[in-house]
Design a protein around this ligand. Sequence first.
Ligand code: ADP
Ligand code: ASP
Ligand code: MG
Length: 411
Amino acid sequence: MALIVQKFGGTSVANPEKIKNVAQKVLQCCAKGNQMVVVLSAMAGETNRFVDLAQQMQAIPDPREMDVILSSGEQATIALFAMAIKEAGNDAISLLGDQVKIRTDKMHTRARIQSVDTDLIRKHLDDGKIITVAGFQGVTEDDDITTLGRGGSDTTAVALAAALQADLCEIYTDVEGVYTTDPNICSEARKINRISYDEMLELASLGAKVLDIRSVGFAKRYKVPLHVRSTFIDNEGTWVVEEDKKMESKPVSGIAYNKSEARITISKVQDKPGIASKIFTPISEKGIVVDMIIQNTRAGDLTDMTFTVPRTDYEQALQIVEQVANDIGAAGVSGSKNIAKVSIVGLGMRNHAGIATTMFKVLAEEGINIQMISTSEIKISCVIDKKYTELAVRTLHEAFGLDKEHPAITS
Ligand code: ADP
Ligand code: ASP
Ligand code: MG
């Protein structure tokens, strides 16, 4: 008898029929003698609806109250799912994050899981029940409800699988696995059969929302066998695994894009020790994660500083930076939400030269201007005008041969 954690995303539980379909899938797996823990997202669109409602109340919604409303979407789906299982003549129980004691820090709307208590789940499993747990939510030591950041149900599932030492964690979604790029914007994208934890970490952090980055981090740390697959088509999906030599033979194995960031520039700041810390400390104190940072050298002792933040934090970050600019005597602050980050990722970049040059050349040939660049051992990212995102992704996909069969990726 295996213990399996399955997670179904918002599109998989978008309406009552789909929830019943998921219940049937789970029952089939259960009928093979497996113990089942099922993590569910809110129905597709619900979390966005809550964000919208909250913003009608407060321009920057109170984070604690935001989590109270955001977490309610998952509460509804697990109850409906448990009802569907009971209607089919089996036994199930739905559990919220605080009932399972998924302890998190206090960083509302982007909380991190600190510990998971498995006692209650084990007790109900021993009683022969199917367990369904609300994704995306946890509880602080002060009993406040938290949420884990958008896409966080993946993280709930992998964290539970790790804590329960489950035999398998399956992430069911609306595509057949992890592809060479988002199959919804590039019809040439190919399914990757096996991808290393590190490549998946990069892709997830760079915008490939098929897996939440923290779920991949947990999977890597606790060696959780992780399989991403389709809810609607019964094919083998993508296994996220330890890297092997074969994976390095291809310089680029995936392309990601992120349209959810915004750029802020603070101009003519003094080029002297302590300035960067004055700018970024108050931003990080609000839990805002700064991504790319560029400092230009200007004539004299003044410089410009440009960086990106999540779009959802843009207004708040702008407010903070305007205050700091005033305090340190900078000339001004400007920003844009019309940006996108396009990234290429591959273990093989470590030992293939000229990859960055190819990327820059391909973008230039399409007339796409690069506003910012950042690199790491296995990725190169460029910030461009948002309207060119799809064009950049498709052109790079072709230029790096990802539309072709390659043993390192598709077998
Ligand atoms: P769920 O609601 O099931 O969690 P998500 O919408 O969060 O699903 O993630 C699945 C989506 O991720 C796909 O529909 C696809 O558009 C997008 N995506 C982005 N990059 C990739 C990729 N490299 N491979 C597969 N899907 C991707
Ligand atoms: N419902 C949350 C979201 O839409 C969490 C998730 O689906 O993973 O982001
Ligand atoms: Mg998701």
